[in-house]
Design a protein. Structure first.
Length: 168
């Protein structure tokens, strides 16, 4: 039986090392050995193949364990996470989610309820963050603030000018 850690960050501004440290510390406390780590930097909006979920599942077999920092790392929507977790539990794979303090290895009603609630909360939080971001961008637009990066070669010209001025 092996233990595989799955790490996913959404952007290059996020660091996989935070999750990695959290996973190793958790494994140490639970006296588990992490045999493999699958890490990816990709939005949860992408399909399973790009998020390396199928690769993860192909490495797991009966009695193996997957450790994740939180349920939301597995997928974007509640239904997607539930489907994936049900798939793993049917294959007798143990799922450990650190932040939610979940240790799932049985197909029972209480596990399904808990996973549904945590997945739904993560989905709602993501939707609220998106809504707040859109509202803030709209407010800036109303104030006349131009959004996005400037068009044209402004940055290159400025950088070239600065370099030329510094050498003179």
């Amino acid at each position: 039986m092996k233990t595989i850690a799955y790490i996913r960050v959404s952007t290059n501004k996020q660091d996989v090392n935070n999750q990695k440290l959290e996973l190793y510390e958790y494994a140490r406390k639970k006296e588990l050995t992490i045999d493999d780590i699958i890490e990816t930097q990709i939005s949860s909006q992408k399909d399973r193949l790009k998020r390396r979920i199928d690769e993860l599942l192909s490495k797991l077999s009966d009695g193996d364990t997957i450790i994740i920092t939180e349920i939301s790392r597995l997928g974007r929507s509640t239904s997607e996470v539930l489907h994936l977790i049900n798939e793993m539990i049917k294959s007798k794979i143990r799922i450990m989610a650190i932040k939610q303090r979940l240790d799932l290895n049985k197909d029972n009603l209480s596990s399904k309820i808990i996973v549904t609630i945590f997945s739904l909360l993560a989905e709602l939080e993501r939707d609220l963050v998106s809504l707040r971001t859109k509202e803030a961008l709209y407010a800036k637009k109303i104030q006349g603030i131009k959004l996005g990066k400037p068009r044209g070669p402004f940055k290159k010209v400025s950088l070239i000018r600065i370099l030329n001025e510094s050498t003179n």
